[in-house]
Design a protein. Structure first.
Lengths: 208, 161
């Protein structure tokens, strides 16, 4: 074989002999470290759930949870899957409403229409939507954690996560109801009032 | 054995004995190259019939020698294709520019419509508000509070506790 060819092959293969083991080791340890960080984050959340737990869990409750752990986790997994879709759909709807209102505000501003009151209402709605997003994220996280926590080994943490999830669920029921009520009873009437004022000439675009 | 007398064999007159070839001496004078028949001097010396023959022969030879020149055919075809393509592109660009100028023209000349719109700002705003209310209703219709966050989603019985 040609000497140059041998040198070329060696020059290609020798670095590969170093690189391949290095990369395989790196990928192995990076997976381990990411899993460790995930584990540590879960442990931190479990502590937070337990800290929020207001009442102690009786021995009978723990035994019952251990006994039904697999069934409970299967049901919770179904709920977790459904929550992902709900979160996406609802967040999209709220963002679309806010986007539409902000676009209208911009248009009315360019026409010189006084939009002070409507701006205040839209800001208030935006705050409510932000609250919803925070609660929804916490609720989904708690439910997701319930699918991971081994309730047969750690029933207290599971029960604590369940308690937090119930709390966030109740808060969400209140917040989403509040958002709907606010849109129906405040935003839409404000828009209707503005529409009537423009129609009757009480507010004129481009003159103010 | 002696009673049989064989006739004396005489060499046949018609049979030629092979004679060794004698190398002929090379001619002292160099071989004369044949004169081309189409030189003026040669043509002058030719009879009209010879001239005809030569001219017809030359014509045939020219035909044969011209054959390789046909290789220029593809090049010509390529050049023609390029010219045709360029022409088509030019025509397309011209048509596009024409259509664009036609569509631009009404926009430029339709100032009266714009003026009408500006005078009807109030109507535009009302329409925008109506559209916003309609969009809000549509978006609210896509979400259902009671099913999304059911009261029993995390009840003991629902999760199997």
């Amino acid at each position: 074989m040609n000497k140059r060819l041998k040198v070329l092959i060696a020059a290609v293969l020798l670095p590969l002999g170093v690189l391949i083991p290095f990369l395989s080791l790196e990928s192995h340890y990076s997976t381990q470290t990411s899993a460790q960080s995930t584990d540590s984050a879960l442990e931190q959340r479990k502590e937070q759930y337990r800290a929020k737990l207001q009442a102690d869990i009786s021995k009978a409750q723990q035994d019952r949870l251990k006994l039904r752990c697999s069934v409970v986790q299967a049901n919770v997994k179904n709920l977790a899957g459904r929550l992902g879709e709900i979160q996406t759909k609802r967040t999209t709807a709220y963002d679309a409403i806010l986007g539409e209102l902000n676009a209208l505000l911009t248009l009315l501003d360019t026409q010189g229409v006084d939009t002070t009151n409507l701006k205040t209402d839209v800001t208030s709605l935006s705050d409510k939507v932000t609250t919803y997003k925070t609660q929804m994220t916490a609720y989904k996280q708690a439910v997701d954690d319930m699918t991971v926590i081994d309730c047969s080994q750690d029933p207290v943490s599971f029960q604590a996560a369940l308690s937090v999830a119930r709390s966030e669920h109740d808060a969400l029921v209140t917040t989403t109801g509040d958002i709907r009520t606010y849109i129906t009873n405040t935003i839409k009437p404000a828009l209707q009032t503005m529409r009537t004022q423009i129609e009757t000439g009480q507010i004129t675009g481009g003159t103010q | 054995m002696d009673d049989i007398k064989r006739p004396q064999q005489q060499p046949r007159p018609d049979v030629l004995t092979p004679q060794p070839l004698q190398a002929q001496p090379a001619p002292n004078q160099p071989l004369q190259q044949p004169q081309p028949l189409d030189t003026p001097a040669a043509v002058i010396g030719q009879t009209p019939q010879e001239q005809k023959q030569h001219s017809s022969m030359n014509h045939k030879m020219n035909k044969q020698t011209n054959k390789p020149k046909r290789k220029k055919g593809p090049i010509i075809a390529i050049i023609l294709a390029i010219i045709v393509t360029a022409g088509l592109i030019g025509a397309a660009a011209y048509v596009y520019m024409q259509s664009r100028s036609n569509t631009d023209a009404p926009v430029a000349t339709d100032t009266s419509q714009v003026a009408d719109d500006q005078t009807a700002d109030g109507q535009l705003e009302v329409d925008d508000i109506d559209a916003t209310i309609s969009e809000i209703d549509t978006q609210l219709g896509t979400i259902n509070d009671s099913t999304d966050f059911g009261a029993n989603d995390l009840s003991d019985s629902n999760i199997g506790l």
